[in-house]
Ligand binder design. Structure first.
Ligand SMILES: Nc1ncnc2c1ncn2[C@@H]1O[C@H](COP(=O)(O)OP(=O)(O)OP(=O)(O)O)[C@@H](O)[C@H]1O
Length: 250
């Protein structure tokens, strides 16, 4: 099994230590939730993984590749949904997607096939030729998700993927991502504050605090533990609150 590995990684911005001796291991096919308060280092972790930032210390390996030295190769196997969706607003959905398909080096025939397939899955087929400008937040997010998936990446990095999506779209996205992980072995790493969704979607989580990994476990193991139950059911929210409270007291 291929792995994404962070070993004792540190990244500072001036006096701010955004990532502090971070250790993380993510296995191919994991649907991995990166949790933590605002400013705990989640987005910085994703940017380091993509080679968009260089660590001050420590090692990062993405399926055996170095994000800085092998930056292009790493970014080719990654699909990214960033917090700011970054679409060209005056262009249509189709033109936005074709622009990126071309950057990814996908042939026009394959691009058209893939765009139609994904637009269908995201229930956006009838919006194909409309400019993105008038779209709702959730619709723009869907277009950005399609863009991230166009080149069938082996790793999907999703910053707050369900933010702005309605419940039906959230459930559709969850099913689509789980299918990708289970059938294609796509690794999915998501940062989110939506703990209920993490509990439904992820098989493993880490909680970051001040740039450190303060807790890692599988959802399966957590469900078996009796410590984090409310009304007899496992509640990730309870675990999160307990851990944050414990840390704040120490
Ligand atoms: N380019 C930058 N320049 C200066 N400081 C930065 C930069 N990027 C991140 N930081 C700082 O690093 C810390 C971690 O930020 P990061 O964006 O990784 O947190 P986060 O966990 O993603 O937060 P959120 O949940 O709010 O998105 C914060 O203190 C932030 O202010």
């Amino acid at each position: 099994m291929k792995k994404l590995i962070f070993e004792e990684v540190t990244k500072t911005f001036g006096v701010v230590k955004a990532i502090d001796q971070l250790n993380l291991q993510i296995t191919e096919g994991d649907v991995y939730g990166l949790l933590g308060h605002n400013g705990s280092g989640k987005t910085t972790t994703l940017r380091l993984l993509l080679g968009l930032l260089e660590p001050d210390r420590g090692n990062i390996s993405v399926y055996g590749k170095h994000p800085i030295k092998d930056g292009d190769a790493v970014r080719r196997i990654c699909g990214v949904l960033s917090e700011d969706v970054g679409l060209y607003e005056p262009l249509s959905v189709y033109d936005n997607l074709m622009y990126y398909a071309d950057i990814y080096g996908i042939s026009p025939i394959e691009s058209n096939r893939r765009i139609d397939e994904l637009l269908g899955q995201f229930d956006l087929s009838d919006k194909k030729h409309l400019p993105v400008k008038g779209f709702s937040t959730g619709m723009k997010k869907k277009v950005a998700l399609i863009r991230a998936m166009l080149h069938k990446p082996r790793i999907l990095l999703l910053d707050e993927p369900t933010n702005g999506l309605d419940p039906v779209s959230t459930a559709d996205l969850r099913n689509m991502l789980l299918e990708l992980a289970q059938e294609r072995g796509t690794t999915i790493i998501m940062t989110t504050h939506n703990l209920e969704e993490v509990q439904k979607m992820c098989n493993k989580i880490s909680i970051l605090r001040k740039g450190q990994n303060i807790f890692t476990n599988s959802i399966e193991a957590l469900k078996d533990s009796s410590n984090y139950r409310a009304h007899g059911q496992f509640r990730l929210e309870k675990l999160y609150m307990d851990i944050e409270k414990e840390r704040a007291e120490n």
